[in-house]
Design a protein around this ligand. Structure first.
Ligand code: UGA
Length: 428
């Protein structure tokens, strides 16, 4: 078949044919070389983009090799891990610049344990709050390595420098409803990241005991209250809950195969100073102070939603109690030497409070009225209520929450006003 190009150069006279033909060949040659050139250019640009993406991706996932291979970086890790009490622990805290991670790190350091933090400082919520928490930790002698739990290299490095007795794993993609928007971030952090961290932990010598944050959301659509650890957890209402439930199964296999001591903590809606801006009590406070409306979800048939809101100091006590009673991992060199503990505890407050009551407590402490839009709870992963049975945690780790929502929110509001400068009259 002839191409349209051939038709275009077909000569009208034999004499003209050679010239036309030569021109045609020249034109074709030029076309070919310019097409080749364009393709080559395209490939070069593509390669350059790939290399730049790859290296910037690596920068996000891990510190550059030159940074954590440096003597200075390693010294900071070593110093931070120093134990300053007899029989003290040496703990790797993941998600150390997060809400619970910050408080747990400070409490461990305060009693003389060694603490090394790890955090990727992602922008799920305002990273400046995470930086402020980091500064707080730094000023208390706690170093936070900047890296992701999916980065096996940085994990191998910190385990190489420090013989951790414990891992307190709090890094996660949190938030129940955000899973609709960004499902893969949950799999990335709560499943893939967890496995990478467990791999590093089971290969470490000595193996650390592993305590980690599961979630009350694993109880999903259960209706029997209060929720007990032995209740079914096979009906998650959100992908977030499903990844936390997956984590419970995954940690079980590392306990079974490698002898890692595992404690999973099912946190119930933790709140308090230095909290997470994506949570209701925090965003309600911000909006009330700014005179903006808040959206209050309501269950079917106008039933108020309720949560077993748990104050951060109580959670910290539960975390430390879990670390102290974790029992040893039994494996070494990645091999199990005997059975190790596998535990799961509810860490809640045992007194659920409705969301409208949460709002009225905030109004009281903020001395301002909320503009409320009450809407039916959208089907985006929320559950209507949570309520913890904490008798197992009480018995096994001495867990005993002491802060009611009224008292805890007062402390939160006082921190909020001071942190955001309201007390200095800057923003009022
Ligand atoms: O305990 C848990 O397992 C979970 O607790 C919280 O999840 P959630 O209880 O949904 O906390 P909030 O997002 O602060 O919501 C609290 C209540 O306020 C309601 N809400 C939330 C946001 C909003 O704009 N309006 C509203 O009425 C929610 O429906 C819920 O009943 C955390 O965000 C999760 O990371 C954690 O794992």
């Amino acid at each position: 078949m002839r191409s349209s190009e051939d038709e275009y150069v077909f000569p009208l006279t034999p004499g003209k044919f050679k010239i036309e033909r030569t021109h045609a060949i020249n034109r074709q040659f030029h076309r070919c070389t310019s097409t080749l050139f364009l393709w080559a250019l395209f490939l070069i640009v593509l390669t350059a983009m790939y290399i730049s993406l790859f290296t910037s991706g690596n920068r996000c996932l891990s510190s550059s090799p030159s940074l954590y291979d440096s003597v200075e970086w390693q010294k900071q890790v070593r110093d931070s891990a120093q134990i300053r009490r007899s029989n003290g622990l040496s703990v790797l805290v993941t998600g150390a610049a997060g809400f619970v991670g910050t408080h747990v790190s400070l409490a461990l350091k305060k009693r003389g344990d060694g603490v090394v933090g790890l955090d990727n400082f992602n922008d799920y919520y305002d990273p400046s709050l995470k930086k402020a928490r980091k500064n707080l930790l730094n000023s208390n002698g706690i170093f936070i390595a900047e890296g992701d739990i999916n980065d096996a290299r940085i994990l191998a490095k910190v385990f190489d420098i420090v013989a951790f007795t414990h891992v307190m794993h709090l890094a996660a993609q949190a938030g129940v409803r955000y899973a609709i928007e960004n499902p893969h971030s949950y799999v990335h952090s709560n499943v893939a990241g967890l496995v990478t961290l467990l791999e590093a932990s089971k290969s470490a010598n000595p193996q650390p005991a592993f305590v980690w944050a599961s979630s009350s959301s694993v109880y999903g659509l259960n209706t029997k209250v209060p929720f007990s650890e032995s209740d079914r957890t096979d009906r998650p209402a959100s992908l977030y809950a499903a990844t936390k439930k997956a984590g419970e199964g995954i940690t079980h296999t590392y306990n079974h195969i490698y002898g890692l001591s595992i404690t999973g903590l099912r946190f119930f809606t933790v709140y308090g100073p230095w909290g997470r801006p994506d949570m209701a009590y925090f965003s309600f406070t911000r909006n009330i102070l700014q005179g903006k409306p808040i959206t209050v979800y309501r269950g079917k048939n106008g039933v108020d939603l309720a949560r077993d809101f748990t104050y951060i100091d109580d959670i910290v006590k539960g975390c430390l109690g879990s670390l102290d009673t974790s029992g040893k991992s039994t494996g070494s060199g990645g091999k199990k030497r005997g059975p190790a503990p596998y535990r799961i505890f509810n860490l809640g407050n045992t007194s659920p409070v409705t969301v409208p009551t949460l709002v009225s407590i905030l109004e009281k402490h903020l001395k301002a009225k909320a503009k409320q839009n009450v809407v039916e709870m959208p089907g985006n992963g929320d559950v209507p209520f949570t309520h913890a049975n904490i008798s197992l945690a009480r018995r096994e780790i001495g867990y005993k929450p002491t802060t009611d929502l009224e008292t805890g929110l007062k402390k939160f509001v006082s921190w909020y006003l001071s942190y955001y400068g309201y007390n200095q009259g800057k923003l009022l």
